[in-house]
Ligand binder design. Structure first.
Ligand code: ATP
Ligand code: MG
Length: 437
């Protein structure tokens, strides 16, 4: 993409309405635009990041055997009356009437809808176990939408649902999702700690929230410092095998959100206890028959007798993650995207647009990067070098490839790694080899 032609409204000034750094940087880097309170448009730069986050979420869901479908955003009130949650959900639910005065709602989550689908279409024990997920917009009329996409009213969520015949089998599904979550967040460069959590309006009695430690987090959390050293990607799990040992290993140390915090237990940790604030990026629930029972969701067992389905649900805040990653990865100059979710891998900086040799070299490099499938943003504008550097630092692309007339006289260009600031001077060929490796 050429910056001169890109729809990228970069802001020079720091927007005054943004209280936290990720919100400020997303506005300044031209990623999002508020439509109304807690509702955002994703501009081209922001959407690229959102899509990358989605892709990682999708890969890890698929890896544990979950299957993607897509349910609608608008649901009928009738469905929610079957579970008893229509009245229980309260003012966070956006309730709508259609032209026939039928009561509808904009889905805040999809337990009812998936339970109905599975109840009506899965017939026998042979159709179980299944894990189904979708990545779809949700609406919750939050009292205090704030922090940009971190607490929006409309937000993108991955929500998965598991169906099993027995509580033991449902735990197997829970462990799979738990492991998928560990890997999902780690691949985005995040240290997300699984913490014991309250189940809230979703219900059930086994739940973990995946929390990123950050001062701007809205929850108070407590955990053993051993979590800071653990790396979910250190070892590829054997998905065919029982994942309970992995789950046991990750839950062997104390980690709890405020709602279920046990001060006596935490005190035993002594100096190993971390008390911090955290951002919830995902939550997993096992809730047994909470929905299948009132909605009469059963399958026929081998003897023809109905078996009530055991269920769990598993959410990831896809749009919240864009903000959460920035909270975790930035410096004074701007965003520092982990390569896995970066909107472009390389920012190509032309230090002297209009200079024939520099232009020609930039065009050549830009073409070679494209040919190798490397996403590059080419700053071909007629701007001062200082301003171009500042823009690239703000945007936070992992690598800057800097081309100027002085270097070209010596046959060299420069690569700067955004995260470390490390600069390397090398030949254009070596630069391309490095960036396409
Ligand atoms: P919170 O406690 O932050 O309100 P929740 O526990 O109500 O969230 P869940 O029902 O667990 O949310 O939803 C799954 C995931 O969706 C959450 O872990 C979070 O990452 C994301 N999420 C929830 N509410 C919002 C929101 N208002 N804006 C953006 N993301 C959200
Ligand atoms: Mg939650």
């Amino acid at each position: 993409m050429r910056l001169s032609a890109y729809f990228l409204p970069v802001l020079k000034e720091t927007p005054s309405e943004a209280q936290i750094v990720s919100h400020r940087l997303m506005l300044r880097a031209g990623m999002i635009r508020q439509a109304s309170a807690g509702i955002y448009s994703w501009l081209p730069m922001g959407l690229r990041v959102l899509r990358k986050i989605e892709a990682i979420v999708r890969e890890e869901q698929d890896r544990v055997g979950a299957q993607e479908l897509l349910m609608p955003t608008v649901q009928s009130a009738e469905l929610w009356r079957q579970s008893g949650r229509y009245d229980a959900y309260g003012p966070e639910m956006l309730r709508i009437r259609d032209r026939h005065e039928r009561e509808m709602l904009y889905g805040p989550t999809n337990e009812e809808q998936i339970t109905e689908i599975f109840r009506d279409l899965a017939k026998s024990y042979r159709d179980v176990p299944r894990m189904l997920y979708h990545i779809q917009w949700k609406f919750r009329d939050e009292v205090r939408p704030r922090f940009g996409v971190m607490r929006g009213r409309e937000f993108l969520m991955k929500d998965a649902y598991s169906f099993d015949l027995t509580p033991e089998a449902a735990r197997v599904s829970y462990y799979k999702m738990f492991v998928a979550y560990l890997r999902t967040f780690a691949r985005m460069g995040l240290k997300a700690i699984p913490m014991q959590a309250e189940t809230g309006p979703i219900g059930g009695d086994l739940s973990h929230e995946f929390i990123i430690l950050a001062e701007t987090g809205e929850s108070r959390v407590f955990c053993h410092k051993a979590f800071l050293e653990k790396d979910p990607l250190a070892q590829e799990p054997d998905y065919e095998a029982d994942l309970e040992p992995v789950f046991k290993d990750w839950t062997s140390h104390y980690a709890a959100t405020e709602d279920v915090h046990d001060p006596a237990k935490a005190a035993e940790l002594g100096d190993d206890l971390i008390t911090a604030r955290g951002i919830e990026v995902g939550q997993v629930f096992y809730f047994g028959t909470k929905y299948s029972k009132p909605m009469n969701a059963t399958v026929a067992g081998p003897d023809g007798q109905p078996i009530l389905l055991e269920m769990g649900s598993y959410g990831v805040g896809v749009s919240r993650l864009a903000g959460a990653i920035i909270e975790a990865c930035h410096d004074d100059a701007g965003i520092i995207w982990p390569e896995s979710v970066a909107p472009f891998k390389v920012g190509l900086v032309n230090l002297k647009s209009g200079d024939a040799d520099t232009d020609a070299m930039c065009e050549k490099l830009y073409g070679e990067l494209a040919a190798a499938g490397v996403e590059a943003l080419y700053d071909d504008r007629d701007e001062r070098a200082g301003s171009k550097f500042a823009t690239m630092d703000l945007l936070g692309l992992p690598y800057q490839l800097v081309v100027g007339p002085k270097g070209l006289k010596d046959g060299v260009v420069e690569i700067k790694a955004r995260a470390t600031g490390a600069r390397d001077t090398l030949s254009p060929e070596a630069a391309i080899a490095r960036l396409t490796a």
